[in-house]
Ligand binder design. Structure first.
Ligand SMILES: Cc1cc2nc3c(=O)[nH]c(=O)nc-3n(C[C@H](O)[C@H](O)[C@H](O)COP(=O)(O)OP(=O)(O)OC[C@H]3O[C@@H](n4cnc5c(N)ncnc54)[C@H](O)[C@@H]3O)c2cc1C
Length: 295
């Protein structure tokens, strides 16, 4: 039976490095264990929350009630037989970095796309993660062929990518459930320049983003036709801080933990930014980051 931990510290499981707690948490390594966890929650009338790489979540200081299923230890990639495409079947908690290495080995362009994306493969599907640069592929939906979801009745359903509505930083049509595996596919057309391009893209990101400080990447969604970072910058908010939460001086859509931030600091900073941008620009910013736990 899967081990259930009480009062589980999530500091090492969220990229803002916030010391927040799950009432109960488990770290399954197999689909069977994920099923056991879900069944345990149902039998004990506990709500279930899922955490992938924790690179796009703001977890409340009041913690997460019920059972948190952390998928970080449920990882691994299988290379499937295919003559024309590189086809990879990845367990939900496989880091995108791991997929990047497979595409890189074959000099395929998804390596460039994946090199800038933290978190796990399932988190990439949930968020339809993507990059702002004009690249092919540019969004997760372009590399996904299908994925499997564990439904609340413990059955597994496979979704083909065409059955899903993919929009900017969201995928719809598979919920409710827990994504357990993702199959990615890309034509075996080599681009020998890929390693060079990845290197250049990494250098560019390092120069523009505060990657040495804990963040969740872009906190706000870009409003239609404009950039959230530019709007925040134009409102003079770079460097503004509440408690230990600060608007990065390097990239205004990155909110960083300067060392002592709480989730409440981030929540207040987010609200402040939304108020100022609404007042000065008449634009209501929406968070890209997901709010997890008891808000
Ligand atoms: C430095 C930095 C840079 C970033 N740059 C980008 C970028 O360029 N583009 C971009 O799109 N994003 C970016 N992000 C945000 C983030 O990495 C992506 O959104 C990523 O895809 C989230 O994956 P995750 O595994 O961390 O998901 P999590 O943060 O763990 O979860 C995100 C949501 O998905 C749900 N979820 C996770 N796994 C499952 C599952 N198996 N089944 C059901 N629900 C699940 C969670 O409950 C939560 O609601 C960046 C983040 C950081 C820290």
């Amino acid at each position: 039976m899967i081990e259930i931990h009480e009062d589980f510290n999530l500091k090492d499981y969220n990229s803002w490095k916030l010391e927040v707690f799950a009432e109960k948490a488990c770290l399954p390594t197999t689909v069977e264990e994920i099923k056991q966890a879900q069944q345990w929650a149902q039998e004990n009338s506990q709500p279930v929350t899922v955490l992938g790489g924790g690179t796009n979540v703001l977890i409340s200081d009041q913690g997460v009630s019920g059972l948190l299923i952390i998928l970080k230890n449920f990882k691994g990639v299988e290379v499937l037989e295919d003559k024309t495409n590189l086809k990879l079947k990845a367990k939900a908690g496989t880091p995108k970095f791991e997929l990047m290495r497979h595409f890189m080995k074959y000099r395929l362009s998804p390596a460039l796309f994946l090199s800038g994306l933290p978190g796990d493969v399932a988190g990439g599907v949930v968020m339809n993660a993507g990059v702002s640069e004009a690249r092919t592929p540019r969004e997760f939906c372009e590399v996904v062929e299908s994925f499997e979801v564990l439904k609340p009745d413990n059955s597994i359903k496979t979704y083909n990518k065409d059955e899903i509505t993919w929009v900017y930083r969201t995928s719809k049509g598979w919920q409710p459930g827990i994504i357990t595996s993702v199959t990615l596919s890309w034509s075996l057309e080599k681009d020998l320049e890929i390693p060079k391009k990845v290197k250049e893209a990494n250098m560019l990101r390092l120069s523009k983003q505060p990657l040495d400080q804990p963040s969740c990447g872009s906190t706000f969604r870009n409003p239609e036709g404009t950039s959230a970072g530019a709007l925040i910058d134009q409102c003079g908010l770079k460097g503004f801080e509440i408690g230990g939460a600060q608007v990065s001086k390097k990239h205004a859509n990155f909110l960083i933990n300067t060392g002592t931030a709480t989730a409440t600091d981030f929540a207040q900073l987010i609200k402040h930014i939304q108020n100022v941008v609404l007042e000065q620009k008449n634009i209501q910013l929406q968070t890209e980051v997901k709010w997890l736990g008891n808000w």
